[in-house]
Write a protein that binds this ligand. Structure first.
Ligand SMILES: [Zn+2]
Length: 130
């Protein structure tokens, strides 16, 4: 009886992890190589989510955001280069922010270079300069 229980447990396969699943692993590698197709928009005004004005946890800014859409994940980035995933925002919300003003960019790289949100890229420039 006891041995049968153990055997039953072993038939339960663990959930796929990025290391086990070739497709998930490919997605992870694509993201780290920077080839994932992000879309960004700047948003000079305040953003209010469920009645609460978005505020940067690092520098307490309340406006002048960059909003980044990666598939169905929307992130908000501050001028101070602090960035976080905003779970309350959907792809539809992102589309709405594009329509409400600001500047639209087809990739994070283009946006960072044009809009001055490239604080995290400073080290890259220094390394290339020699
Ligand atoms: Zn900030």
């Amino acid at each position: 009886m006891l041995s049968e229980d153990i055997r039953a447990d072993r038939t339960v396969l663990p959930l796929a992890t990025p290391e086990d699943d070739p497709l998930l692993r490919l997605q992870a590698e694509t993201q780290t190589s920077g080839e994932v197709h992000l879309r960004c928009t700047t948003h000079p005004e305040e953003i209010t989510i469920t009645g609460i004005t978005v505020m940067c946890a690092r520098c307490s800014a309340r406006r002048d955001w960059m909003v980044i859409c990666d598939r169905n994940t929307v992130s908000i980035r501050c001028r101070c280069s602090h960035q976080w995933v905003e779970c309350e925002l959907s792809r539809q919300d992102f589309e709405g922010l594009i329509d409400s003003g600001g500047e639209y960019f087809p990739s994070l790289e283009a946006a960072a270079q044009c809009a001055g949100y490239d604080g995290t890229l400073a080290g890259t420039y220094l390394a290339e300069r020699r």
